[in-house]
Design a protein around this ligand. Structure first.
Ligand SMILES: [Zn+2]
Length: 195
């Protein structure tokens, strides 16, 4: 989003080039290229496929139009997942603890749609979010969907938020095998639909 000084195609292209350049100079590490991509009101993504295909994975999220009906919101998100470059659905219910309730959505339908399309859901470790909830984490596990735990860090110190996400995952009875972060790059690559 412009308000968050979001990346446009030109700036994201520069990031991609830079990550590739740095990636070539380090050994024993593979630097993943990714971006948080906005899901627009009609379910399209806010960056063109031509640039999204250059990323290893995407983290896609709703940041506007929170007041759609349950059905419309659910369909908007599933339509976004239809995009072949959609990987992880970030902070899936949009709640901000003490500030904002979740928007209306059918999470069971979203999980089913994610399974069918080889997409994943995020467990966002930001202490105001912790979204998915423990109950939703357990539902995802029972339905066979793996989750990605993300710090949502906006600075290096916020990488510490990761431990709140791990604690939330444990509350939801998740084990290592249910969490994408525990995979090697080789295994993760096989789980991604674009592999
Ligand atoms: Zn976000």
């Amino acid at each position: 989003m412009a308000v968050a000084h979001g990346l446009d195609v030109t700036r994201l292209s520069k990031h991609i080039e830079e990550i590739d350049r740095i990636g070539e100079s380090v050994t024993g590490l593979y630097l993943l290229k990714s971006a948080e991509v906005d899901i627009l009101k009609d379910g399209s993504l806010d960056l063109p496929d031509a640039i999204l295909r250059k990323l290893d994975l995407t983290v896609c999220a709703v940041h506007s139009h929170f007041h759609l009906s349950r059905n419309k919101q659910t369909e908007r998100i599933i339509r976004a997942m239809d995009n072949p470059y959609f990987t992880i659905f970030a902070h899936p219910t949009g709640r901000l603890l003490g500030e904002r309730q979740s928007y209306e959505l059918d999470l069971e339908r979203i999980i089913k749609a994610a399974l069918e399309r080889r997409c994943f859901l995020e467990l966002n470790a930001q202490p105001l979010r912790l979204d998915l909830s423990d109950v939703h984490c357990r539902l995802a596990k029972e339905m066979g969907l793996k989750l990605a735990i993300s710090s949502d860090a906006h600075s290096a110190t916020e990488l510490d938020y990761m431990r709140f996400g791990v604690a939330q995952a444990r509350r939801g009875w998740l084990e290592a095998e249910n969490v994408l972060n525990t995979k090697s790059w080789k295994d993760l690559k096989n789980l991604l639909r674009r592999a």
